[in-house]
Design a protein around this ligand. Sequence first.
Ligand SMILES: *Cc1c(COP(=O)(O)O)cnc(C)c1O
Length: 376
Amino acid sequence: MNRPIQATIVTQNLKDNLNKVKNITNQRFVWAVIKANVYGHSIKSAFEGFSQADGLALLDLHDVHELRKMGWTKRILLLEGIFSEKEIPQIIQNECSIVVHHFLQLEWIEQYLSKLTPFEAEDFKSRVEIWLKLNSGMNRLGFKSGEYGLAYNHLIHLGFKVHHLTHFANADEESVFPTVADQWEIFEHTTQWMDGFRSAANSSAILKFPHVHADWVRPGIMLYGASPTGKYQDIAHIGLKPAMILSSEIIAIQEISKGDTVGYGSRFVAKQNTRVGIVACGYADGYPRHAKDGTPVWVFLPSPSDSQLGVKVGLIGRVSMDMITIDLTAIPQATIGSKVELWGEHVPIDDVAMFSDTVGYELMCAVTQRVQLKVL
Ligand SMILES: *Cc1c(COP(=O)(O)O)cnc(C)c1O
């Protein structure tokens, strides 16, 4: 038998979460954002789970090939655009929409166009839509407001179909500069005389700022059932469903006495006789090494009638490469072989993240190769 750790992806929950986005946004067009191997959930799960999305947005041409091979015929958008002129033939072949965020990318496009026959050039322009990116205050990617019109006119002159996109720096806050309102105003003002779709809202903005939903929304984290703010209570009322369940088993149990310690650095010191469960899951699986004592872990208990019956217990001692240790003192029924959920339905990934000073985003992306991924 394999080591018992496993990440189960519940495709139906991806579908339900996408549906929720459609409802919240009044049926806006949706780019399902699937960068970083679908936030750790696998391309296969996106293909099935987001079959009702209007497009998939990602970063790697490799994933584009895979999706087209699987039979995805709707739009695909490369969120960082092209990284060199060399990628253009594959962009055309795969009918990929691209973000253009810099004059250098424009030059590559123009250079490539100049080498084509008129027929090939028309083919390029009919297959590849351009999403011009405005830097409205995030100061990462995008043309400044003052340059944007130039880039737009240039692309229109070349004969491309051009749409508009920007990204918020503080969509999970009301009043940190630049605010959503600040950035939205710049976006609206800069693009007001231009044709094309507009897209601005990530998960946070979808949830908090309906007036910026525009034509296309770009949800990522909420599709996977986690909170863009890092706090589970911020999404608890919405009914998003966790798409990834990280589970394993107890592989050993130690009974220790008051004063005994557990694991590397002896971080945990027993204040009483303690029953310690050893779980086959460590930082080499993607469990956060910085998780503090008390990080919740769900232990399933044997029950003839309720397969989900269990108890939330706490992590004790430092997370090691292949194992964590948990406090089973309160549940003598737990044994070697008892199933454990690290995050998923009973333990929100946001809660584990909080105990490790990070966010669900990082945890789901960080599940490693050695964890078996099972797509349900
Ligand atoms: C990652 C990303 C998103 C999705 O963000 P979430 O916070 O996961 O919803 C949207 N737009 C762009 C440009 C992104 O890079």
